[in-house]
Ligand binder design. Structure first.
Ligand code: ZN
Length: 212
């Protein structure tokens, strides 16, 4: 089992999500990092309850199987070994305040449990990644629907770009951005995550708990 030293995330990789939060579409990817201490595994979805709204951001997550430094998109795609879904948990009110003050986002996005991962799936066909579709249901209501083909920067280019900014170590994880439909989670909610990739359907369950 490869352990990530970091999780690299991209903000605003789907145009409709940038628009829903009144953010401009960036000219180059907006990157931030979650520490490995933020990792949690489904079905555990623990949210802080005293810091304002904690939003779900459902994202396609990929893991790199080898060290990547200043890679080409082809090298980056070849280096990807596993894929799954992630919830980039975000304290939205804290983040809004940090944005207003021009401060970094870690308080809103790097807390313990802020990166929830579904079980990893081996990538047999890397060409299928860009055709993945995924959904998040909260208490059986459809909240987010993603189609990797709608990414502003496709996965291979994104991972290659990241590897020019930070070295990606074997095991590091990249969260590829959230589609529209982000919203607040509440304690007790039942979550259903669906991933459709390479002709297969995967279904995972999560339960929202207080984590203060
Ligand atoms: Zn995100």
């Amino acid at each position: 089992m490869l352990k990530p030293s970091k999780i690299v995330c991209v903000g605003r990789n789907y145009a409709a999500h940038a628009v829903e939060l009144n953010n401009p579409i960036p000219a180059e990817p907006l990157l931030f990092i979650k520490p490995s201490s933020s990792l949690a595994a489904l079905p555990e979805v623990g949210i802080p309850t005293r810091l304002g709204a904690c939003h779900h951001e459902l994202e396609l997550a990929v893991q790199v199987g080898e060290r990547l430094q200043r890679a080409t998109p082809e090298q980056a795609l070849k280096a990807l070994c596993q894929v799954t879904l992630a919830l980039d948990l975000t304290l939205r009110e804290v983040q809004d305040k940090l944005k207003q003050q021009g401060q970094p986002w870690e308080r809103a996005k790097a807390f313990d449990g802020a990166c929830v991962l579904a079980p990893w799936l081996a990538i047999d066909d890397s060409a299928a990644l860009q055709h993945a579709k995924f959904e998040l249901y909260c208490d059986e209501q459809l909240r987010q629907q993603g189609d990797a083909q709608q990414m502003l920067m496709p996965i291979a280019e994104l991972v290659a770009h990241i590897s020019h900014v930070f070295t990606l170590e074997a095991g590091d994880v990249v969260l590829t951005g959230t589609p529209a439909g982000v919203g607040p989670l509440t304690v007790g909610q039942q979550l259903d995550l669906h991933l459709h990739i390479a002709g297969h359907d995967y279904h995972w369950h999560g339960q929202v708990q207080a984590n203060d």
